[in-house]
Write a protein that binds this ligand. Structure first.
Ligand code: MG
Length: 390
């Protein structure tokens, strides 16, 4: 089952890519999607993911997930499902590694604060920002801004988008990555898979990080049917895992079993949907409903787990307390840079000095969004004299 097999007819074929916005000659040994993946791995934005918060702030501990390790876990899950479905692993890897490039420092707290600061200028949304990073903000090539990735990778990166934003994108690139939101179509199977692999990855690793941090307990997790089923199975097979000193192994064994079950569930449910539709090519997939999915029971179990994490981890008083400080950092930075763009020092751009307020604000948002947690903390201290994080 794991041997290398031919791509299915409905997979994205790098030989049939819709191509790049700036035409390039093909690479001698790599496919177009391998090339995209390599460009992402070598980008500056990718390296910054090491120091960006997933749920726990970067300084809180060395073993918690960061945006980088999260992205690697998404790529791992995505690739293993892709291979089984005979869809394009390289494209899945490229989209997975790029999907969080647009995240601000301090996780969702940072994104919410920056979105509020940008309310008068079109807002801030991390998905759209990931696309901005690969299309415009990376400065690595002499001929163009951004990484000049293929349509299929860019399509996968732009997971959500409002109608108004889609119309904007459409003006800039007619029939491009915004068009599917206006036509209400789906992205490729590879992109659909990355969405689901993202959810599978964070649900699992947030249990691990949550328990490690002491904010949630194995006791509490007994209420989560999807997780507890595998804890019970693991303990039935290895009764010694009931001893408190082996609880970490019990946790890992339960998470491992839950992850495998989710991966097999996606493969089964998606195969069923694909068999029923029998799409003749990758385009037929875009015109169909979402095909990469959980079966009904797993969908319910996964939603319950997500709700549990939301209530008990993401809204935990200790997480909320850092959230408040993180929002303060972002708001203060935005206020200082918009009133005095020269504080952006060496990174100042023509846009930051523009006489048009929306252009200036967007340049400031790009600068702040690109920051790591620790750079934002240091800049905030330099500009306000107050240190809000270690
Ligand atoms: Mg993610």
């Amino acid at each position: 089952m794991t041997h290398i097999s031919e791509l299915a007819a409905f997979a994205c074929d790098p030989g049939a890519t819709r191509g790049r916005r700036h035409a390039e000659t093909p690479a001698p040994t790599r496919t177009e999607y391998q090339r995209d993946r390599d460009r992402i791995v070598h980008s500056t934005a990718f390296r910054r993911l090491v120091y960006k918060t997933q749920v726990f702030l970067n300084h809180e501990g060395d073993l918690f997930r960061t945006r980088l390790t999260h992205s690697l876990e998404v790529a791992q899950l995505g690739r293993s499902i892709a291979r089984s479905l005979r869809i394009n692993e390289d494209l899945v890897e490229a989209i997975s590694l790029a999907h969080d490039l647009g995240h601000t420092p301090f996780g969702h707290a940072g994104q919410d604060a920056l979105n509020a600061c940008m309310a008068g200028y079109g807002g801030f949304e991390h998905n759209l920002q990931s696309l901005r990073v690969v299309d415009k903000l990376e400065e690595r090539y002499p001929q163009y801004d951004g990484l000049n990735l293929t349509f299929e990778t860019r399509e996968g990166i732009l997971k959500h988008c409002s109608r108004a934003t889609a119309q904007q994108l459409e003006l800039d690139e007619p029939g491009g990555v915004g068009a599917r939101f206006l036509r209400r179509e789906q992205p490729s199977l590879e992109a659909q898979l990355c969405n689901l692999a993202d959810e599978i990855a964070y649900n699992a690793h947030d249990i691990d990080d949550g328990v490690r941090s002491g904010l949630i307990t194995l006791e509490q997790l007994r209420d989560v049917e999807l997780f507890d089923r595998y804890r019970v199975m693991a303990q039935a097979e290895f009764p010694e895992l009931g001893e408190p000193r082996l609880h970490r192994r019990l946790l890992y064994e339960a998470i491992r079993r839950m992850l495998s079950a989710q991966v097999y569930d996606v493969i089964d449910a998606t195969r069923l949907a694909l068999d029923e539709l029998a799409p003749l090519d990758a385009q037929a997939v875009r015109e169909a409903p979402t095909l990469v999915k959980f079966g009904d029971a797993m969908r319910t179990g996964s939603q319950e787990l997500k709700q549990f994490l939301f209530k008990n981890l993401y809204r935990h008083p200790r997480v909320m307390e850092t959230t408040t400080r993180a929002q303060e950092v972002v708001r203060d930075l935005f206020a200082v840079y918009t009133s005095d763009p020269h504080e952006m020092k060496a990174t100042i751009t023509d846009h930051a000095l523009s006489s048009e307020a929306p252009v200036r604000a967007r340049a400031v948002a790009d600068f702040i969004a690109g920051m790591t947690d620790r750079f934002a903390t240091r800049e905030h201290e330099r500009l306000t004299g107050r240190r809000l994080f270690e």
